[in-house]
Design a binder for this molecule. Structure first.
Ligand SMILES: [Zn+2]
Ligand SMILES: [Zn+2]
Length: 389
């Protein structure tokens, strides 16, 4: 079959690889219909996240049709149209039982590779390095999905392929970020980053009752989407002296009730701290730039929640004192999509949420290399490039 493969740092290519087959009796094989780029792919593409091997198939956000099931699969069948969360749950371990599927204890066969850094490993994820399980990704004609009963969600009638695709990762990640904020009616929520995850976090905050949602970014097209598609207020951080001051002034001096960081390590900032970070990063003394995270912690009102969805490596200058002295709660996770899927189906069916507009570019898989270039460089206002294998 055809698949998009990692061939080295900043090197992708569409190759012919072996079709996946059933390995375990609980596996299913999905024929991929739609699969999309994700900002976190840029971490291993750019060489910031190690553990890829030449020929690995990338991609972790997808939907498709089941074409084969193992003998132990009972709740889905061949022909079902399904969406699959990017992290793989087993459904049986204590973490899956608690709805923490991304922390599954069973699905990462390379757990030992993560142990030194994390202490305890994550679950597996498709197409996202060997320390995260070494599973082949979704930018391919077919993909093997372990524990099909737990990870394949039959898409209800009335939800289109393009809507369902983003329920794989971007929507549940954003929704989880808003869920972490314990939003009460009347709350103000600030969201750093107007990529797909940030926009979905903003949309989710509104669904959950936030009175005001303020999205912070520097790209005009993304801020425009936040305003027109989600109905948020926006701040272009390149046009204000201080995001903290801007948020403080617009909240009567109190600060937002919750702050969501949907940027992560590729964040871009301004000022002295940013220059310091860039130098350290260039010298390989620091693996990320935590501008948005520090800004979110500083800006958050007392007693508020800082919800972190952006992915960081090892971050220094972490403002612990600010968390303590302002009684802040910090919450973060990789996405537990399985936990939110039933609610997300309801929100889409009820017309409260339509993520299909996140797809700005619709390409055949053969043009996936070009798709990643456009996505990474934000060419042609690319928010998400979607591939059809
Ligand atoms: Zn993703
Ligand atoms: Zn599990």
């Amino acid at each position: 079959m055809r698949a998009l493969c990692w061939m080295g740092v900043n090197e992708l290519s569409v190759e012919t690889v072996d079709d996946p087959g059933l390995v375990n009796p609980h596996d299913v094989i999905v024929k991929v219909r739609l699969t999309t780029t994700c900002g976190s792919d840029l971490h291993f593409l750019g060489g910031y996240l190690p553990g890829m091997r030449e020929g690995d198939v990338i991609g972790h956000e997808f939907m498709g049709e089941i074409v084969e099931t193992g003998p132990e699969v009972t709740s889905v069948q061949v022909g079902d149209r399904v969406v699959v969360p990017s992290f793989i749950g087993c459904g049986k371990c204590p973490y899956c039982a608690d709805g923490l599927h991304a922390a599954c204890d069973t699905t990462n066969p390379n757990a030992a590779m993560q142990q030194p850094l994390l202490g305890y490993p994550t679950g597996g994820i498709y197409g996202y390095t060997h320390p995260f399980g070494g599973y082949q990704g979704s930018h391919a004609e077919y993909i093997r999905v372990p524990f099909g009963d737990v990870n394949c969600f039959r898409i209800p009638e009335g939800i289109g392929d393009e809507q369902a695709l983003f329920l794989s990762d971007a929507v549940p990640t954003g929704y989880m970020g808003a869920d972490f904020c314990d939003i009460s009616p009347g709350d103000t929520v600030a969201v750093w980053g107007a990529g797909a995850v940030g926009l979905m976090a903003a949309a989710s905050a509104k669904i959950m009752g936030a009175e005001r949602v303020i999205v912070i970014d520097r790209f005009r097209d993304r801020l425009d989407r936040a305003a027109t598609k989600v109905g948020t207020e926006t701040v272009d951080y390149t046009e204000v002296d201080s995001v903290y001051e801007t948020l403080r002034e617009s909240t009567g001096g109190r600060g937002p009730d919750a702050c969501i960081d949907a940027v992560g390590m590729e964040g871009h900032g301004t000022g002295v701290m940013q220059a310091y970070d860039k130098v350290k990063q260039a010298l390989r003394m620091e693996s990320d730039r935590a501008t948005s995270l520090r800004e979110a912690i500083l800006s958050c009102g007392k007693g508020g929640v800082v919800s972190v969805l952006g992915i960081y490596g090892v971050t220094d200058k972490f403002p612990m004192a600010v968390l303590t002295n302002k009684s802040l709660t910090l919450r973060t996770a990789q996405q537990h999509g399985q936990r939110y899927m039933p609610a997300l189906f309801e929100h889409v069916l009820g017309n409260r949420l339509d993520p299909s507009w996140l797809m700005t570019h619709d390409l055949p898989l053969t043009e996936a290399v070009r798709g990643y270039e456009m996505f990474e460089n934000k060419e042609d206002d690319c928010l998400r490039a979607v591939f059809r294998p």
